[in-house]
Ligand binder design. Sequence first.
Ligand code: CDP
Ligand code: CDP
Length: 223
Amino acid sequence: MSKDLQIAIDGPASAGKSTVAKIIAAKLGYIYCDTGAMYRAVTYKALQDRIDLTDEQAVMQMLSDTKITFIPGEPVQKVFVNNQEITKEIRQPEVTNSVSTIAALQGVRKRLTVDQRKLAENGGIVMDGRDIGSTVLPNAQVKIFLIASVDERAERRYKENIQKGITTDLETLKQEIAVRDQKDSTRKVSPLTKADDAIEVDTTSMNIEQVVAKILEIVAKKS
Ligand code: CDP
Ligand code: CDP
């Protein structure tokens, strides 16, 4: 198996991207990069600083004054803002429900795309997000677009929350996911979209092992 492939995994919220990307990276001995965590970190800091999330100039100013660090690793990529670890904090519902607003800002996308390309320049990476195959790594050798029905994705998030001891309402989760998909798919800059040469995998009735096996089969053909 080639050691230097770029593997891009895109798709809507809760399609299983990060779960399968992590497993595939571990199996291939590749780096795993969760680009959603980068948008979440910027959102967390902007919320903390009480910045208007639609004010691009203010957000860019905050970004230039802030050191955001990502350390790839197991079991999760660690995230720091000005040396304070915020790995857990970026998963808070407040961040989840605001991140699409920050992700629509052109300056933020441009800046994070530079960081993402740098991380991927030597290959040997599995990167998941919304625009990896279409914009960040247009020459990635493997591009996967994972989808699943909204009902299934909400159900998965619901079960995940139960495991974490968080009580949520399935209908609310479904609505939140649909709103985020809509915002991510309709923004002007790098919207959530399947690259022309990406392979779509509908995971609605597939378990994690089946999705991993399917992607590894695609990788094997490309390497
Ligand atoms: O894991 P989950 O599906 O909740 O989302 P995530 O991957 O953590 O991404 C959070 C948000 O960041 C998405 O809803 C997008 O608004 C944004 N995002 C993006 O715009 N582009 C990416 N490459 C990755 C994430
Ligand atoms: O990264 P993304 O938002 O696309 O999804 P995720 O956080 O990897 O997956 C959301 C939840 O769905 C997790 O609890 C996974 O364990 C679960 N999952 C699943 O039940 N079946 C799959 N085929 C893929 C993920």
